[in-house]
Write a protein that binds this ligand. Structure first.
Ligand SMILES: [Zn+2]
Length: 334
């Protein structure tokens, strides 16, 4: 069953009917426990720092200015250098995991914040952009600008890094920007998410067992985005899903974070959870009609015009409220 699941790329998987998908998941393991319909209140600290969507938006603009972030290209290198410099400016201890995986050059960027020692929290996004707009028949070989698919998650985490520089979190946090997430080809097993797969197999500054849990962001800047509870997140980290969506509800962002399940997808968190044993939540836009991710996904139209600062603000505020009220020990049930 694993082969069947992994042999289908993530968009194909999404196009499968929900019933079939859940049947596949149900065959692999017992179903995740149902989440309560009314999650308990979560304490949100009043003295948390203020997330700025303007700042996050500027980070998207800057990434697109570099050009297409396709591994092996000059624009990709410039972007990587800028990410490292920006994270260092915010006080991070930056490691780079550089190598080759399945013939693709990989540059994972790992930025550590806070104290050493104790369980760590992993926050991640992918920083590469897709070389082919294969959801667009006219321009199938043209590259995707990746404003939402890639740059938005990086931008929200860079803004969080700025806030952590102002008001450090009291526990160890690593922001990891995965490379080579979006080179996948239809029908080619494990061809997406090369950076996170590489991370699992190469020496890391902190191994997977160092992490208590993690949150991954992808496509978090689209207009009227809806972040349903992705299936693998519910399976591996139901305690995180429950609390994150409860925080969103308390902040008045239920419209963006409806407490409803969505089909599982193979994305970076899939590898981190299934192969690395890290409970991960994937915050990723899903189309409520079940037709895909966002309308401009994997097209040349995934540019600044799809980005809405209100969505960035909602995701950023939820993340900040959650993290400043959390700790590795409190969130994970022991
Ligand atoms: Zn993509």
């Amino acid at each position: 069953m694993r082969k069947l699941l992994l042999g289908i790329k993530r968009e194909q998987r999404f196009w499968l009917s929900g019933g079939l998908m859940w049947l596949i998941v149900a065959c692999r393991s017992s179903s995740p426990p149902p989440l309560p319909s009314s999650p308990p209140p979560v304490s949100i600290p009043a003295d948390r720092p203020a997330f700025s969507a303007d700042s996050a938006y500027a980070h998207i603009v800057q990434q697109l200015k570099f050009g297409m972030r396709i591994p092996g290209t000059p624009a990709h290198k410039k972007t990587g250098d800028w990410l490292v410099a920006t994270l260092q400016r915010y006080g991070a201890r930056v490691h780079q995991q550089v190598g080759t995986y399945k013939g693709t050059p990989i540059r994972n960027i790992i930025a550590s914040f806070g104290p050493e020692g104790g369980k760590r929290i992993l926050l991640s996004a992918h920083w590469d952009s897709r070389p082919y707009a294969d959801r667009e028949s006219q321009n199938a070989q043209a590259p995707v600008p990746g404003a939402n698919d890639g740059a938005s998650g990086v931008a929200v985490l860079l803004e969080l890094a700025r806030l952590m520089a102002q008001k450090p979190l009291p526990y160890p946090v690593d922001i990891i920007f995965w490379d080579a997430e979006d080179l996948g080809r239809e029908g080619v097993e494990d061809s997406y998410c090369l950076g996170s797969q590489y991370w699992l197999t190469a020496p890391q500054p902190y191994p997977p067992r160092a992490y208590a849990w993690g949150i991954h962001l992808d496509m978090v800047g689209g207009r009227n985005a809806t972040f349903f509870q992705e299936g693998y997140s519910r399976k591996h980290a139901p305690f995180l899903v429950e609390r994150l969506w409860a925080v969103a509800d308390q902040l008045g962002y239920k419209r963006y974070f409806p407490p409803l399940p969505a089909e599982p997808i193979v994305d970076d968190p899939f590898y981190l959870s299934e192969r690395g044993g890290i409970p991960m939540v994937n915050i990723i836009q899903r189309d409520p009609t079940g037709a895909g991710f966002f309308p401009e996904w994997h097209t040349t139209r995934d540019d600044l015009s799809v980005i809405d600062k209100a969505t960035l603000q909602a995701v950023g505020e939820v993340l900040v409220a959650f993290l400043y009220g959390a700790s590795p020990e409190v969130v994970v049930p022991h």
